[in-house]
Structure formats: structure tokens, C-alpha cells
Design a protein around this ligand. Structure first.
Ligand SMILES: *Cc1c(COP(=O)(O)O)cnc(C)c1O
Length: 374
């Protein structure tokens, strides 16, 4: 073990390890659950915080051909990473201010409103030939998308020279399989898509994100859009863990019963205690709201005590006689999933992943990518 020699030099920075092979395996596992559909990949928000520059090529090598990001700036960055081959879809649709990004990076907007469609059509003379668009059909989540009256207007007005090749909608409750919303939205999506047969002839249909894939074949349509499941998060319970977050113990301090630890003196030692100081805090994406969370050393838990501060955590190592400066403690990994840590902060795995800070030493593990490509 790298940390077994107490004299060896050790880093004062916490380390985030991202397993690109696990991401590729999660993509293949989700693809296998929807064998009748193409499986895309959602890499918005810097691939859920894990680093689009490394994650997207690994997904492309696994076989992904359709990528989704939120906005055109992300899309342009992704185009530089992936090169000319894959389709890149933009969830936020089209805005004239980004027209050059759409043109240069050949980004496909998922149009969300009549206004966007009109602006896209007006910009067509400045856009390259063959730029496809999607249409986001609102079916119940009430964020983006064409509502019923807008669909009527679209059918009356037509698509002009714009070519819609993808009809998309998004489920509000896909992580709750029994929720009545799922079938209602599915029905609305199928019905409203049928109304667009003339406006968007031959367009493919896409409804399922990670949760939708797990709801079964009825929800798969032509193209799926998994995000969180690729990165090891719920609702894909069978996902392989992708991230490992470890921090060195900076210092172990002995305190007496009745002494307190951290800001606000919110924790008071019930016995003489050994307190470990770890170099990661809320600036690194470990929420200040964490309550009752643990870290792991030698396969055993050590509870967080006191408040999470900006750069530091404090943990109770009294029952860990082998704790010493330089030894690595697990914050995320085999003993504690992203979703377990999220639960201790009253949030979801998505938020933990996308908050992981820029200050970690990041390591990516991957089998020889050239071998994997063969
Ligand atoms: C983020 C997002 C996804 C991916 O959702 P996951 O739950 O992470 O799989 C798919 N579609 C849309 C429209 C999204 O905004």
C-alpha cells in the first residue's frame, strides 16, 4: 500500500480518481437494457463534474454517437474534444447570440419554443447546410418545450427550411417507477409526436434518460439519453461506482472530554478523543449540510464531527489506533457511494457529483484506450 510507509512523502491534497472503464461499462450496461434503441450520452455540466475532456472520448470509444449538453458553449467545447464525427445536441435550443457556435461546431439545437424555431429559421442563411434540429415536446414537467397551443401553431406555420430529425421529451418522475406521471407523459409524447408527422417526417423519438431506460421498453423509443447512470448514480442501482475520493490525514490531535471541535463549537467530545483533520471542505463540494456522515479508514467508519469548513473536515479517529498523518481516508468509494453521501446532506447524487471541486488532484484510470478501440 502506498500509504504504509510513514516516512514516505505524502501530498496535502485530496485525490479524486475517476474510472473511465467503469463509465464505459455503465454505458454498455444501459445500452444492453434498451437493445432496440440507440444509446446516447449526456455530458452536460462537464460530464456531471467528472471532466468532459476525458469522459466524452471514453464514451465515444465505448460506442456513443449522439451526445447531449445543455448549452452551445459546452457543445463547442465538446466538438473540439470529439472531432467532427458524433452528433451533438443542445438541450437549451437555439439562440441567435450563439449562432456562430452552432455554425462552426455543427451543433444541433433541440428547439424548445415557437420563438426559437422562428429565430432558427431567420438565422438559416448564416448556418451551414444540413444542420438538423430537434423539437422538445412538453408533456408534463413544464420546463422547456412546445406546449399544446405551440404545437398547433407549429403545424399551421410549418418548419420552413428547417429539418427536424428528433422529437424529444423529458420525464418528471422516472426515478419513481410506479408514479402515474410516467405513463401519462409517455402517452402524451406518443400522441403529440404523431401530430408532427407532417412537420417532421421520419423524425426519431427520444424520451428516456437513465430512469426512463430502467422503466422498460415502452419508454425507449429510438434514442435514449442517459446521464447519471453512466457516472454511477441512482436510479441506476446496478451501476458500477465511478468515483473514488480520498484525503490524507493532515494531522491527528488529541482533545479532552468536553472540548469542542470546529466553527460554532457545535460538537463537544463525549470522551477523550483523537480528531483527524482532512483537507477537503465545502469549497470542494462536500456540503456544509452534511450530518451524520462518515469517512472510512482500514475498512471501518469514522464519523464526521463538527462543521464542515471551507477547506477542512474533522473526523473522530478515537477508535482507529492506526490513524496517522499521511494515511489516506476514503470519503467516496467502495464503502460510501455518491448517493449515500448525498443522503447525509439531504441532497441527491447528481448534486454531489456536479459540485466536486476543481481543487482535487484528479486521476483518471483506463485500460489502454487504443486496445479498447479495437
Ligand atoms: C440531464 C438530462 C438528461 C440526463 O438525465 P439523467 O437523469 O442524468 O440520466 C436527459 N435529458 C434531459 C433533457 C436532461 O436535461
Amino acid at each position: 500500500m502506498a500509504d504504509s510507509d510513514p516516512e514516505a512523502p505524502w501530498s496535502q491534497t485530496a485525490r479524486l480518481t475517476i474510472d473511465l472503464d467503469a463509465i464505459a461499462r455503465n454505458w454498455r450496461a444501459l445500452a444492453a437494457r434498451a437493445p432496440g434503441a440507440e444509446t446516447g450520452a449526456v455530458v452536460k455540466a462537464d460530464a456531471y463534474g467528472l471532466g468532459m475532456a476525458r469522459v466524452a472520448p471514453a464514451l465515444a470509444r465505448a460506442g456513443a454517437r449522439s451526445f447531449f449538453v445543455a448549452n452551445a458553449r459546452e457543445g463547442a467545447a465538446l466538438r473540439r474534444i470529439l472531432g467532427p464525427g458524433p452528433d451533438i445536441w443542445i438541450f437549451n435550443g437555439f439562440t441567435p447570440a450563439e449562432r456562430e457556435l452552432f455554425a462552426k461546431a455543427r451543433l444541433f439545437p433541440v428547439l424548445c419554443s415557437l420563438r426559437q424555431l422562428r429565430e432558427f429559421r431567420a438565422a438559416l442563411p448564416d448556418l451551414p447546410e444540413g444542420l438538423e434540429v430537434g423539437l422538445h415536446i412538453e408533456t408534463g414537467i413544464n420546463r422547456q418545450g412546445f406546449g399544446m397551443h405551440e404545437l398547433d401553431a407549429l403545424r399551421a406555420e410549418g418548419m420552413g427550411e428547417a429539418r427536424a430529425t428528433l422529437l424529444l421529451s423529458h420525464l418528471a418522475c422516472a426515478d419513481e417507477p410506479e408514479h402515474g406521471m410516467n405513463l401519462r407523459q409517455r402517452g402524451a409524447f406518443a400522441g403529440r409526436s404523431a401530430l408532427l408527422a407532417a412537420a417532421a417526417p421520419g423524425a426519431r423519438m427520444s424520451l428516456a434518460a437513465t430512469g426512463g431506460i430502467l422503466l422498460g421498453e415502452k419508454f425507449h423509443f429510438d434514442l435514449t439519453r442517459p446521464g447519471i447512470g453512466l457516472y454511477g448514480g441512482l436510479p441506476f442501482g446496478q451501476a458500477e461506482p465511478v468515483v473514488r475520493l480520498e484525503a490524507p490525514i493532515l494531522q491527528v490531535r488529541r482533545i479532552l472530554r468536553g472540548e469542542s471541535v470546529g466553527y460554532g463549537a457545535s460538537w463537544t467530545a463525549p470522551r477523550d478523543s483523537m480528531i483527524g483533520v482532512l483537507p477537503a471542505g465545502y469549497a470542494d463540494g462536500l456540503p456544509r449540510a452534511l450530518r451524520g456522515a462518515k469517512v472510512w479508514l482500514d475498512g471501518r467508519p469514522a464519523p464526521l464531527v463538527g462543521r464542515v469548513s471551507m477547506d477542512m473536515l474533522t473526523v473522530d479517529l478515537t477508535d482507529h489506533p492506526r490513524a496517522a498523518p499521511g494515511r489516506m481516508v476514503e470519503i467516496l468509494g467502495p464503502n460510501q457511494s455518491v448517493d449515500q453521501l448525498a443522503a447525509a446532506a439531504g441532497t441527491i447524487g447528481y448534486e454531489i457529483l456536479t459540485s466536486l471541486g476543481a481543487r482535487y488532484e484528479r486521476r483518471y484510470t483506463e485500460a489502454d484506450p487504443h486496445e479498447a478501440a479495437g
